[in-house]
Ligand binder design. Structure first.
Ligand SMILES: [Zn+2]
Length: 246
């Protein structure tokens, strides 16, 4: 009996910790396009030194507006600080929704695709991780955005990181269809990656920061949108996809 109660307790705990969301309902042809705007200290240095001209791929916004397609942008806090006018314009555009992608895009768990570790700056590790979330929440609030979603850089997190984000009142939203546009110069590869994975309820991840690492995202997007529309998918924001809170 004692063991039975213990199992029930574990089950209840598992249900109470919903964890990482990677898609919406599979029953309806709704799909969410999401774009991450990364910004690491190294990227910021590239920008300030002039090595990279821009980490703001404006062609993506233009295509989405032209096609009247809704999208959700997961912004890093440092990106918001470097592109305040663009961030404000995105926040004010009714087609778009903004969410939290950490402050400086560290890997919360290592290894994480070569991303730097969370810097402690005199705090403990948990506090430093929390600060990564809180700082960007504050920046989003300053844009008038009351966001409730967080995406880990590189998708790298352990269960205690997920619990921390949930403690701060946010849901972790990752993806089930990755364009793998990082470093991809051939738009056809990105198009193929997305189209082979997209299904009802999918959350597609691409990148909107541009720069030398994602040169073909906009070209791919121009093909992905009509192809998915032709398959009967409706593009919605993440909040519209996840309305049932699954
Ligand atoms: Zn990212």
């Amino acid at each position: 009996m004692k063991r039975f109660v213990a199992i029930l307790t574990l089950l209840a705990l598992a249900l109470a910790a919903p964890g990482i969301l990677t898609h919406g309902p599979r029953s309806t042809p709704k799909i969410a396009l999401t774009f991450d705007a990364d910004m690491t200290p190294g990227m910021k240095q590239n920008l300030l030194s002039g090595r990279v001209k821009s980490y703001n791929n404006t062609r993506i916004y233009a295509i989405l507006e032209q096609q009247q397609v809704k999208a959700t942008f997961f912004l890093t806090g440092m990106w918001i600080e470097l592109y305040p006018q663009q961030a404000k314009a995105l926040a004010q555009n009714p087609l778009f929704e903004l969410a939290n992608h950490s402050y400086s895009h560290p890997g919360f768990e290592q290894p994480c695709y070569g991303l730097p570790s969370v810097t402690l700056e005199g705090q403990g590790l948990v506090q430093a991780k929390e600060a990564q979330v809180r700082k960007t929440q504050a920046l989003l609030e300053s844009l008038g955005v009351h966001n409730t979603y967080f995406r880990f850089p590189g998708g790298c997190a352990n269960p205690s990181d997920v619990a921390m984000v949930e403690r701060l009142g946010l849901r972790v939203v990752h993806w089930d269809a990755a364009g793998e546009d990082g470093g991809q110069h051939n738009p056809q590869v990105i198009v193929r990656n997305v189209l082979k994975q997209a299904q009802n309820g999918s959350i597609i991840v691409l990148h909107s920061h541009g720069g030398p690492k994602v040169p073909a995202t906009a070209e791919a997007l121009a093909q992905i949108i009509p192809a998915l529309k032709a398959r009967g998918f409706e593009f919605v924001k993440v909040s519209e996809l996840l309305t049932h809170n699954q």
